[in-house]
Design a protein around this ligand. Structure first.
Ligand SMILES: [Zn+2]
Length: 96
């Protein structure tokens, strides 16, 4: 999940997308060397991660604990730039 979120950051910045634009795994194939017949999914089951926004990150369809773990990762210092990117866009939006 963290890998997907990280690739989504690169894709969003490169393509000039909003933090609220839905990003699918197919959008991220160039970062993975795809296309793939099977997209990334949780080890707990076969459902692939649904499209997600950079603001919210990917969601696990099987375990809320996995989503909470991703939230904890996002609170770590290395991920502060995530909040900075979102805050910057929100600030720019308010000016318009
Ligand atoms: Zn999961």
């Amino acid at each position: 999940m963290a890998m997907l979120w990280e690739m989504a950051r690169s894709h969003m910045l490169e393509a000039g997308l909003s933090v609220d634009t839905a990003i699918s795994q197919a959008d991220l194939w160039p970062f993975m060397g795809g296309p793939f017949s099977t997209n990334m999914h949780c080890p707990l089951g076969p459902s692939v991660y649904s499209p997600f926004t950079f603001r919210n990150g990917p969601k696990c369809p099987y375990a809320e604990a996995h989503n909470q773990a991703l939230g904890k990762i996002a609170a770590q210092p290395a991920y502060k730039m995530y909040k900075m990117i979102i805050d910057r866009e929100d600030t720019e939006r308010k000016k318009r």
